[in-house]
Ligand binder design. Sequence first.
Ligand code: PEP
Ligand code: MN
Length: 362
Amino acid sequence: MKTMEAIVNESIQQIWTKRPLIISGPCSAETEQQVVETATRLAATGKVDILRAGIWKPRTRPGNFEGVGIKGLAWLLHAKKKTGLPTTVEVATARQAEDALQYDVDVLWIGARTTVNPFSVQEVANALRGVNVPVLIKNPVNPDIELWNGAVERMAKSGITHIGLIHRGFSSYGNTEYRNAPMWQLAIEMKRRYPEMIMINDPSHICGRRDILQGVVQKAIDLDYDGLMIESHIDPDNAWSDAKQQITPEVLLDMLNSIQWRHETADRKEFITALEQLRDQINHLDDELLQLLGQRMRIADKIGEYKKLNNVTILQTNRWNEILARAVAKGENLGLSKEFIMKYFDAVHLESINHQNKIFNS
Ligand code: PEP
Ligand code: MN
């Protein structure tokens, strides 16, 4: 591997302190023309600090586009020479880290699928010992803050002095609005643990779709994030990966120009943070309630099958009165009004009956 001075170069040090730090570029490098044109148009916005591109793409299912590999590094170097933009790529193995450094990539990033795996993180950290290139660490795919924290520690132990965090959201079962649920409170907790580290928001992978990007960008700015990583493409609809979430460099410029800069008081920032945390708790509880209701209906289905087999009526008044009496008594202890409990159980009961009716008629 090429030896480099263990001091991060001055231009990167300067970029590290710029606010907001903007990283943009395609999800994947596809062709030389696409990489160079994207970079040229991004540079023309005057707002982008670092050019990103995926060279090796970790795909959930085999057969999807897995990245162009090492030849893409030469295209990125070409784009960097033409525009002056420093570059960043995702690395998941020692070999990829070494290849990236050979091609003068300025900043490396650890992807969400790598952060979950301490073996891989350690392998990359070992490869970077004595190199001291800046490393951005994406949150792990699953909402486990200790894995994120562990990756930071592994890099720090290898002597990396410029570590940044990228918040790209967490996969969660059954969430519909976002591709990856933001779970803001986890990023806020990382920021609390590492106040000196830059925290970058990646709305592209949180949203998975263009139409809700701006809202997430604004929230990140309201929460005082240090920067943004946003995927951009010269022809987003025909991108080889993540087509739905990419935007053109010109749309990126509009998006950045539409950010509302609020001069928040510390009080207001704390207020947003607290509100976010509480709303997140509510969302989690609602998700759990829905899961439980689904489970309840599956049990009602089973009961329906027994009733059908044994020729028993669906509605058994005594059993229903018993359920209601139990719920009202329990609910009152929990501060829930009798009126609410009755309404809620009526709705649940009706749904059970509909389920069982379907079974009777099948
Ligand atoms: C990416 O940035 O293109 C990427 C693969 O992201 P993540 O690791 O967040 O899924
Ligand atoms: Mn992507």
